[in-house]
Write a protein that binds this ligand. Structure first.
Ligand code: PEP
Ligand code: MN
Length: 264
């Protein structure tokens, strides 16, 4: 079902007037984690002012270590839903277990499956039983075939609203946190009809690389971007402050993307 052979036309996912996979370049911006109502409200205001369409923020965080901050949970979903509604943005948040799919879908417009859960088949099966759009991140060691098979689980269950997200893979290079596989963007667009989103934040792990790799992703044919932005990155509650853009960088980047669009 994920294959272009089966479905030649691009899939366009329509959510409250925003089209993902169509003509419009969709930008999802926000913090790694929802921290407080004030934080998410202010960041939502900045995402909207910059021209973004979707507010990102994790309420449940998949942390590598068990003692790290794990997210604020359901309260975070509520804070983010309020900020999204107030500022006219869609929202996207990560869901980690099948039991939390329903509550996350109640509050968020798009559900994110993180890289560590790409092959959490119980989670994928559960996501196939609803119609809420899903952003499926590529496992950091997954081949394209494994990635598309993971998407297939959701599609096979009856949910056609799946977008694929390249977020960097593990390579021998240690300078960057991951290696953003730019080739994944045109390859996935060729093999599949599903929208392809790029995550240059986790793909590089370094703020100074997010701007060029965002532009490169757009040039490579991405339908959208998911970018971390924080008002106070140095004091963010996850380690992802080092890859979060400052609000003015985010705003300038979106202006540059508008200039880039007509050239492509
Ligand atoms: C995130 O989006 O904050 C995140 C944890 O992403 P990933 O699953 O790609 O590491
Ligand atoms: Mn993050």
């Amino acid at each position: 079902l994920a294959s272009r052979d089966f479905h030649p036309a691009d899939t366009v996912i329509k959510i409250k007037g925003v089209e993902i996979g169509g003509e419009q370049l969709v930008v999802m911006g926000g913090p790694c984690a929802v921290e407080s109502p004030e934080q998410i409200d202010e960041i939502a205001r900045l995402v909207k002012a910059a021209g973004g369409q979707v507010l990102r923020g994790g309420a449940f965080k998949p942390r590598t270590g068990p003692y790290s901050f794990q997210g604020v949970g359901v309260e975070g979903l509520i804070m983010m839903a309020e900020a999204g509604k107030k500022h006219g943005l869609l929202t996207i948040t990560e869901v980690m277990t099948p039991e939390y799919v329903d509550v996350c879908a109640e509050y968020a417009d798009i559900l994110q499956v993180g890289t560590r859960n790409m092959q959490n088949f119980d989670l994928l099966r559960k996501l196939g039983t609803i119609q809420t759009p899903v952003l499926l991140k590529r496992g950091f060691s997954a081949t394209y075939d494994e990635f598309l098979n993971a998407a297939e689980y959701i599609l096979a269950g009856g949910n056609p609203n799946v977008m694929l997200c390249e977020r960097g893979i593990r390579t021998f290079e240690t300078y960057t946190r991951n290696t953003l596989d730019l080739s994944a963007i045109p390859v996935l667009k060729q093999l599949s009809h599903l929208p392809v989103i790029s995550d240059p934040s986790h793909g590089t792990g370094r703020r100074e690389l997010v701007v060029p790799m965002t532009k490169a992703s757009v040039a490579a044919g991405a339908d959208g971007l998911i970018i971390e932005m924080h008002t106070d990155p140095d004091n963010s509650m996850t380690g992802d402050g080092v890859q979060s853009l400052f609000p003015d960088q985010f705003a300038h980047l979106l202006q540059d993307l508008e200039k880039l669009a007509p050239l492509l």
